[in-house]
Design a protein around this ligand. Structure first.
Ligand code: PGA
Length: 269
């Protein structure tokens, strides 16, 4: 989180997050993170001005943690999902306590692929958000509308409703990241326009303000996700309410992801 300046200017530190989905095993993960770190070091990337996080599969996290800690790499990392439960008879699930023990900073919750393929409800997403916060992890809460939702309800109704449920159990001051990911834009090559992303991001910030207060809303980072590439990131980052990106496919290519991280080079600030 970051503070506001006296004149209310945005000082949120952008977050560029790579959601690897079910790609790269732990050996490939080590090679990839090394290459990414070298590439960003070579380019003299200023991590204080744009934070970088990777979200590998669960089986890679220990390897990524060991590499990042041994080489003191300025990268953050997190998991792609979390159990709503702390421990017990939940075969196949991963507790937030385990993720915290591996130094995860973040956890993605409610990605549309989990909502669709695993039938995750808004209530389950909310329970996972509560579990993440309880274990000291920052939830990256994903919301977004399908093409049908867009036609029926317009752009922000569904993501706004999803976010209201997801954040209902949180207190003012909680560090949370919101990712607006229109389902029709994910993996389709057809990104939303920067103006569409801004419109929904602004509506989502109002939800955060309503539930967690103005101060928390001013500090909360809202990301756009869905076919983000090095050649379209700048347009999103020029928007007042877009504070970074959640990147899928393009986060698996070092050159492409480095280009996204170094968006300031193309924004022209
Ligand atoms: P994409 O995926 O960048 O491949 O569209 C985004 C996401 O699912 O987070």
């Amino acid at each position: 989180m970051a503070a506001l300046t006296n004149d209310g200017a945005r000082t949120r530190v952008p977050l560029l997050a790579g959601n690897w989905k079910m790609n790269l095993d732990h050996l490939q993960a080590i090679a990839f993170v090394q290459k990414l770190a070298w590439s960003l070091k070579d380019a003299r990337h200023d991590f204080a001005s744009a934070e970088v996080a990777v979200f590998p599969p669960f089986t890679d996290i220990r390897s990524v943690q060991t590499l990042i800690s041994a080489d003191r790499l300025p990268l953050k990392f997190g998991a792609q999902d979390i159990s709503a439960h702390d421990s017990g008879a939940y075969t196949g699930e991963i507790s937030g306590a385990f993720l915290k023990a591996l130094d995860c900073t973040y956890v993605i919750i409610g990605h549309s692929e989990r909502r669709t393929l695993h039938n995750e409800s808004d209530e389950q997403v909310a329970a996972k958000v509560t579990a993440a916060v309880k274990h000291g992890l920052v939830p990256v809460v994903c919301v977004g509308e399908t093409a049908e939702d867009l036609e029926e309800h317009g752009p922000s109704a569904v993501p706004v409703a999803q976010l209201r449920v997801a954040l209902a159990g949180l207190q003012a001051g909680t560090d949370v990241v919101v990712a607006y990911e229109p389902v029709w834009a994910i993996g389709s090559g057809q990104a939303a326009t920067p103006e569409q992303a801004e419109q929904v991001a602004a509506a989502l910030r109002s939800v955060v303000a309503e539930l967690l207060g103005d101060e928390t809303a001013a500090e909360t980072r809202i990301l756009y996700g869905g076919s983000v590439k090095a050649n379209n990131i700048a347009g999103f980052m020029r928007q007042a309410n877009v504070d970074g990106a959640l990147v899928g496919g393009a986060s698996l290519d070092v050159t492409e992801f480095s280009g996204i991280v170094r968006f300031q080079k193309h924004v022209g600030t």
